[in-house]
Design a protein around this ligand. Sequence first.
Ligand code: TXA
Ligand code: MG
Length: 319
Amino acid sequence: MGQLSDINKAVSLLREGQLVAIPTETVYGLAANAFSDKAVAKIYETKNRPANNPLIVHIHSMEQLDQIAVNIPEQARLLAGHFWPGPLTLVLEKSPKVSEQVTAGKPTVAVRMPDHEVTLALLRKLDFPLVAPSANRSNHISPTRPEHVRNSLGDRTPFILEGGQCTKGIESTIVGFENDMPVIYRLGTISESDIEQVLGRPVTIASSHTTSVVTPGMFKKHYSPKTPFLATSDIEMEINRHSGKTIGVIFFREPEASAREYPYRVLSATGDYKEAAAKLYSTMHELDQLHLDLILAELLPDDGVGASVNDRMTRASSV
Ligand code: TXA
Ligand code: MG
């Protein structure tokens, strides 16, 4: 019963224009009524988010999609049909119903149908969609558990609709279309080849050099822990190089047996990329609590979801 009364409480708060932290399969979101500019403004304020960084609209049905976007390309419908509900965000031509505040003045809108039963139940009870960026202060690591939301937002933490630990663990894959060509703006647990398989054609991964659609999420420095952080493909070399410091280490797989005198965590003993993605942020949050001089993280092989995990580790790197 706890959950149902919590969902009802979230419904009331959102109807009043308040914020609520919501669970999704990727990371926790900081949600507001997408059709209320006043509510949306609170998101920017609470996160210290720059006004030029647009938000993702969360929906529960394909009917709702038609209130948000217009001239939806067939390729987008194909991807939605295949991956929704799930960790895929589509960038589409915005409907006039969506305010410039949501899209930061862009003619496009980002939209996704999250795969979390608590949040889907919430969305079904509301007669408006929800905008939700990750529920952390700007430039912090995204939250994958309720306590991460509290740690990052502190006294600005709103009501948290609890939904356990996020199963995917990194933010959604973002796909848009430029001159009818599919372009990936952010990698998540849906990989480049997953998209290519559904569309039956090659896709481009955008970089600030190849696209005119640069958004702040594409800038390098992002998602940092407070502790200095370094991602590397030669972890043993970096461990030796920093032996005079209090370090913590994030290994991809179980390291070879040897005396390890520093705290370390393993993302996936079996070398599974998706398990590594699911554990990455909670591991970073954990080591960030230990007051270390430096966190070293071992990069994954750079293919499939390994590339997505590496993208987040590289963005977190501060040294
Ligand atoms: O998994 C997720 O996507 C999570 C959960 C809560 O759904 N949300 C999330 O939101 O990661 P946020 O705000 O942290 O990241 C949204 C990204 C930003 O990089 C933003 O620049 C990009 O989406 N974005 C939003 N609208 C866009 C648009 N019209 N064109 C291109 N990029 C857009
Ligand atoms: Mg974010």
